[in-house]
Design a protein around this ligand. Structure first.
Ligand code: XMP
Length: 310
């Protein structure tokens, strides 16, 4: 049985030993993994930690404000970096899923590396968990925060990596979050990928497409709050389809809704969602987002599909 209390005790000792008198930066997206990592490191080294929230323009509605507010309420020194323009620039012309992931990863580490230099910091803490490493090493995807395990030296970005959760799976990370007394909004937070909404815009990522998928995501999350499923989201397709808006035939966007049940994200089942909820989501997505004419529901388990589309 996993003992969260013991894990926290050992982790604090380990972090202090590794970090010594150095300073640490922690990239916190507000998800359970990166927030638990940030709080653990803060407990271990206090104000020698600075948390960084990178606004890459790919976050969900209200997320940047929520994360910064949460970190500050936990007494953690927090730096906000507005990098929206730079992230959209690296996605320009990229349509291949792996190329997009790599572009995100490179921009993410360069942005962090720059912040680390400014803050004269040696260590970057990040919330990599076991499933991230397993899937990246297997080649299922190149998880954005897995470097050493795939032979990329973190030193090439200018720092050392601290990954206190890399032996844990998601359910145990949540236990640690509860043990640390984090608010439910964090400890029970639905998983959300590091590259954020960029994985949910098929084809080239642009601010306009992100705005569409952001609104669709908000609707899906709002309508599925009570379901208790593992992950609920929307994906914007690259293709278009014919539909009718304001009495006229138009060629518009297609959105797929994905709702899955899972324990640890390594396998997943397509969610069995009441038809009424699905219909309400479709009505709202096509009604509230002018460019969307069609809404689909994904019935595929993992495997053979992955949870995300990219
Ligand atoms: P897949 O799509 O591989 O996703 O079945 C499994 C879980 O991992 C999340 N995911 C990511 N999380 N960086 C992350 O931090 C990534 O690059 C990434 N790709 C997928 C996904 O949302 C799901 O919970």
């Amino acid at each position: 049985m996993f003992d969260a209390k013991k894990f926290v005790e050992n982790s604090l000792k380990d972090i202090r030993k590794i970090v010594g008198e150095h300073r640490v930066i922690s990239a916190c997206s507000g998800g359970v993994d990166s927030t638990v990592t940030t709080v653990l490191v803060h407990k271990a080294v206090g104000d020698r930690l600075v948390a960084v929230f990178i606004d890459d323009g790919l976050r969900r509605e209200g997320e940047p404000e929520f994360v910064v507010k949460t970190l500050k309420s936990l007494g953690i020194r927090t730096k906000f970096i507005d990098a929206k323009k730079e992230f959209f620039a690296v996605f320009k012309g990229k349509t291949d899923a792996e190329e997009k992931r790599k572009a995100f990863r490179d921009k993410f580490y360069k942005t962090l590396g720059k912040a680390a230099k400014e803050e004269q910091i040696e260590f970057i803490a990040q919330g990599t968990i076991k499933a991230d490493i397993i899937e990246t090493v297997k080649g299922i995807k190149s998880q954005h925060n897995v470097l050493e395990q795939i032979g990329i030296s973190p030193e090439s970005y200018g720092y050392k990596i601290l990954e206190p959760l890399k032996e844990l799976f998601k359910p145990d990370v949540r236990k640690v979050a509860r043990e640390l007394g984090l608010p439910k909004e964090i400890s029970e937070r639905m998983p959300f990928p590091g590259p954020a909404l960029s994985l949910r815009v098929l084809g080239e990522v642009t601010p306009e497409k992100i705005a569409v998928v952001r609104k669709a995501t908000e609707i899906v999350e709002d309508e599925t709050k009570a379901l208790g499923t593992f992950q609920n989201f929307a994906v914007l397709h690259n293709d278009k389809a014919t539909g009718i808006k304001e009495g006229k035939r138009v060629y518009g966007n297609i959105v797929t809704v994905r709702i899955v049940d899972s324990e640890d994200a390594v396998t997943a089942k397509a969610g069995k969602v009441p038809h009424k909820i699905l219909m309400r989501i479709a009505e709202r997505i096509t009604g509230e987002i002018p460019s969307v004419v069609r809404c689909l529901y994904d019935l595929t388990d993992k495997p053979p599909a992955t949870i995300e589309f990219e």
